[in-house]
Design a protein around this ligand. Sequence first.
Ligand SMILES: [Zn+2]
Ligand SMILES: [Zn+2]
Length: 374
Amino acid sequence: MATKLDYYAVLEVSRDANGDEVKKAYRRLAMQYHPDRNPGDASAEARFKDISEAYDVLKDDQKRAAYDRFGHAAFEGGGPGAGGFDFGGGLGDIFEQMFGDMMGGRRGGRRSGSDIQVQISISFTEAFSGVKKPITVPTRVACESCDGTGSADRDQGAETCPTCHGAGKVRAQQGFFLVERACPTCHGAGKVVRNPCTACRGTGTVERDRTLEIAIPAGVEDGTRIRLSGEGEAGGKGAQPGDLYVHIAVEPHPIFQRDGANIYCRVPLRMTQAALGTEVEVPVVDGSRAKVKVPAGTQTGENFRLRGKGFSVLRSSARGDMYIQVSVETPHHLTKRQRELLEEFEAEADDHARANPENTGFFSKVRDFFEGKL
Ligand SMILES: [Zn+2]
Ligand SMILES: [Zn+2]
């Protein structure tokens, strides 16, 4: 990316210039470098763009304050965490509108095509394994009805514009000046279509949905943005196409949660399973099963690690782990017999401190507290 000039330097004003001074400077420079006054001068056109962009920021108190604080970084786009600001439609749109208006609605030229933003949603398991997804984006293609000629009468096609004789520009005397401007008949194309094609209204191109397949890598996280360079909207003749940005949303999963490359799965165990020990079969995100040995006396909150069963780490061969998080479920709705057995169980315990050290420890501290020892 080319280094951007300081907006104040572009407008030739000091950093403490007030709104009026900024406006005056802009008017003077815009008059001087306006493309209509400098036909065919690419450097003047670039300068004019810079001036317009600088003015767009400095005329707005909020944007100017952001620029003073963060410089150009304040307006650079980016996903979450990029540290940039987002001013609604974005600077590009504002600039495009303004530039388009000032150019008298003239289209085409070396302007690059717009970027396209697409949002797609993938499942948790697709994010785990990686997936190819077809996405549909609107694009302009040659019109099928007229083979791209723009003319309803294929044999005739487009003919040289009678006003400018194909030059695309006309000259007119204005006072002392000979002013050159886009031809009003052909709008700069140099050709006109006598009998325009109805499908494309003479433009030769129509909007069509284009489907392309994008490969989403394994391990992708919710909110990731993938940029496909040059897959945006086509630019004018000889211009660069814009980029395509695909924003990925990953749907939550009913069983698995994710933290970075690790996966967590909460497994509720019956009180007796946790007390006596057991082996449980747990699901793995890749669709396989794993057996986890739960030793006797397992507590709520204990984790069992399945090494390497987590997500792939992007741009690396590393993998996260999967954690089975145990929670012990106290039984509800006991039958009469279950209740009797548990009462018997409670009476049977002759050494509570050994069976439930945490419970015993806590209540001995409580006793100390009431006796003023803690
Ligand atoms: Zn013309
Ligand atoms: Zn057509």
